[in-house]
Design a protein around this ligand. Structure first.
Ligand SMILES: [Zn+2]
Length: 508
């Protein structure tokens, strides 16, 4: 790594990898570069640019003679770092070793930055017998540093780096050797692709990649990358997600509820409001729901009966002048004693609820989704392509499926129904009862289903390894990637998998 000039226009003073823009000459140097048969035209040009920049900035020359002998100190001494590299190499009979350069990752700089870059990150093994020497113009103080050490120095405050560098080192530190990194890049496809988004945590900018929990929420609320949205969890006031959508989180955070139960308020002053999941029976939370809606609640929908979702429905209804109907599905006899619930009216699968006023309409479609609870349902806000997923899909934690009210086959079938709804109605975002908004709704559902089926395979393997062992013997095997403190909860989902495995006859 090297340190950038303190007067650089981009990332001044940051510790970075060598690199720079692609020149027209890089694309014209294909004729004196060695390439892999799998290396496309663009990747070849990128590799040549990387070789040229490494030479200009650090005097490192990734090239070889016609007989295969690598370029050495005498070759480097004979070349001028300020003059075009390709022509000098051609004159000396050197071939650029672009076949030794691999694509590691692809980054696009964040939407909020005034100058934006579309950047491949490339890797190659350092040629033996060469020493990096900085150009002392763009780059200073070249240093060999292990990824973990660079990150440690950065945390200690002595090694300034920008976000993509930090995240690249975080990924690189998982590889033990250069060989492992190069092998992982052999497919010619970037190991990851990212255009980060930023929100605010305690007032300070915080950036996230696509796989991290807040990313989808930032995509929904600040699509053009504005850094405005607070990501801190609090229950004092509602968070605006869209002009006609707010989230008020109940003050019931914990192991099972994450940051707390999200109550969603759909609507505006003209249409009145529909409340999704009024939450636990907490007078302060009900009071805040009333304040946020001005008391103009037209409908209350409970996604299911659990104690952190439905008990506030009656107290909220009692405080609203229009006495809004409580809608949902009645709990079944299988529900735990604290989870009984009876709506004023049962919602039919496919039914649409409408909020109208001021020339606007909001349509919410009901989707029955048993699995987490037998009386679970989801709602799709059709105009905005949003799915209110209750506890069926969460962000930052995994749904517990707890028999007998929970049922794993029903859970997986419901996921399939939600995937179909995403396609049919163009649903792009998922608003869970616990955690931030999820983006890429179809992808999130597909990953969740894959995760459940992977877990099922581990449960089945545990059952075969310890026949007759029972849940206590199987949990440590099937959940060996989960902290033991979560095993008592995991045990319930394991029983749901066991029931499904036995019903399908898979264990035989
Ligand atoms: Zn629940």
């Amino acid at each position: 790594m090297t340190r950038r000039s303190p007067t650089a226009s981009f990332a001044p003073g940051a510790n970075v990898f060598p690199g720079g823009g692609i020149d027209a000459a890089d694309a014209q140097a294909h004729g004196i570069a060695a390439r892999r048969s799998t290396q496309g035209e663009l990747h070849l040009t990128q590799a040549i640019a990387a070789i040229r920049e490494s030479f200009e900035e650090l005097g490192v020359l990734l090239a070889r003679h016609a007989d295969g002998r690598p370029a050495d100190a005498s070759d480097i001494a004979a070349l001028d770092r300020r003059r075009p590299l390709a022509a000098q190499c051609a004159a000396r009979g050197l071939l650029l070793a672009a076949d030794q350069v691999f694509v590691l990752a692809h980054w696009v700089t964040d939407r909020d930055l005034p100058r934006r870059f579309d950047v491949p990150f490339l890797v190659a093994r350092m040629p033996e017998g060469q020493q990096p020497v900085a150009d002392e113009a763009e780059q200073f103080e070249p240093v060999w540093v292990r990824p973990a050490d660079a990150l440690e120095r950065h945390r200690a405050g002595g090694f300034f780096m920008i976000f993509p560098t930090i995240r690249t080192l975080e990924r690189l530190q998982r590889f033990a050797t250069v060989r492992e990194v190069l092998d992982a890049c052999a497919s010619e496809r970037p190991l990851w692709t990212s255009c980060p988004r930023a929100g605010l945590l305690a007032g300070a900018e915080a950036r996230y990649m696509e796989h991290e929990p807040p990313y989808g929420e930032l995509a929904l609320v600040c699509p053009d990358g504005q850094i405005l949205h607070p990501l801190d969890w609090q229950s004092e006031r509602p968070v605006a997600l869209l002009r006609h959508l707010m989230r008020l989180t109940a003050p019931n955070g914990g192991t099972m509820t994450g940051p707390g139960t999200n109550s969603y308020l759909v609507g505006d002053r003209d249409t009145g409001y529909l409340v999704v999941d009024p939450g636990p029976d907490d007078p302060a939370h009900v009071e805040r729901l009333l304040q946020a809606t001005g008391g103009d609640v037209r409908l209350i929908v409970c996604t299911h009966s659990h104690a952190d979702h439905s008990p506030a429905a009656r107290p909220l209804q009692a405080r609203c002048a229009g006495r809004p109907a409580i809608l949902g599905l009645s709990s079944l006899p299988t529900a735990r004693p604290g989870s009984s619930f009876t709506p004023d009216r049962a919602l039919a699968d496919g039914e649409q609820l409408v909020l109208a006023g001021g020339g606007r309409e909001h349509h919410l479609m009901v989707i029955h989704t048993p699995g987490h609870a037998a009386n679970h349902l989801c709602l799709a806000l059709l105009e905005d392509g949003l799915l209110f997923s209750g506890d069926h899909i969460l962000n930052g934690s995994t749904t517990v499926v707890d028999p007998p009210d929970g049922d794993m086959s029903a859970y997986l079938d419901s996921l399939d129904r939600l995937a179909v709804a995403c396609t049919e109605h163009g649903l792009g975002f998922i608003l869970p009862a616990h955690g931030h908004v999820l983006g890429d709704a179809p992808g999130a559902i597909a990953r969740l289903k894959a995760h459940r089926l992977q877990r099922e395979a581990k449960v089945l393997a545990a059952m075969k390894a310890r026949p007759g062992g029972g849940a206590d013997a199987w949990v440590p095997l099937a959940y060996d990637d989960t902290p033991p403190r979560l095993w008592p909860v995991a045990r319930r989902s394991l029983l749901a998998h066991v029931q499904r495995i036995e019903a399908l006859g898979l264990a035989a």
